[in-house]
Write a protein that binds this ligand. Structure first.
Ligand SMILES: C[S@@+](CC[C@H](N)C(=O)[O-])C[C@H]1O[C@@H](n2cnc3c(N)ncnc32)[C@H](O)[C@@H]1O
Length: 144
């Protein structure tokens, strides 16, 4: 899980450094713990006018394991039984993004089967299966 300091940095990137020349791509969005600060920063960015769906959030959004998301300094625990029953936790991701969901383009599915639109990418954040070499190769081939 990312620390409050890391989330502040992500918010700063989206608020102060992001120019809008390319998209923000987030690989491994989980339950929005770190997509949220990007979205919050983007919402406060004064130089980018077109903000709708600029953050591409990739994830399979499925796991039977308990998920924990940190947002705004508060820890949000997901109910394990409900997660297993529903299989997908996309609804939790959407709930955690709350009013900022309009800034997010949800890319739901196994990333090895998804592709990129070949628009310019300004910020690429990778937090996905970092120990699997083939995943790193795939991400590099598709997004770099
Ligand atoms: C370390 S977690 C990300 C945590 C998230 N950044 C956060 O702050 O809440 C890694 C994520 O990668 C996703 N993931 C792993 N392999 C994947 C794949 N092949 N396709 C799509 N998502 C995948 C998992 O579902 C998980 O949410």
């Amino acid at each position: 899980m990312t620390s409050i300091r890391e989330r502040k940095v992500l918010k700063y990137f989206a608020r102060c450094l992001y120019s809008g020349a390319g998209e923000i791509v987030y690989l491994g969005s989980g339950v929005a713990g770190t997509v949220y600060p990007f979205a919050l920063g983007l919402s406060k960015n004064q130089q980018v006018l077109e903000k709708k769906s600029r953050i591409y959030a990739y994830d399979a959004f499925t796991t039977p394991k308990q998920k924990v998301a940190a947002r705004g300094g508060q820890i949000y625990y997901q109910n394990i039984r409900e997660s297993q029953k529903q299989d997908s936790y996309l609804h939790i991701f959407q709930k955690n993004c709350k009013t900022l969901i309009d800034y997010v383009n949800v890319c739901d599915g196994d990333i090895t089967t998804l592709s990129w639109l070949h628009k310019p990418i300004e910020i690429l954040h990778i937090d996905i299966a970092k120990k699997i070499k083939s995943m790193a190769t795939h991400c590099q081939r598709i997004f770099a």
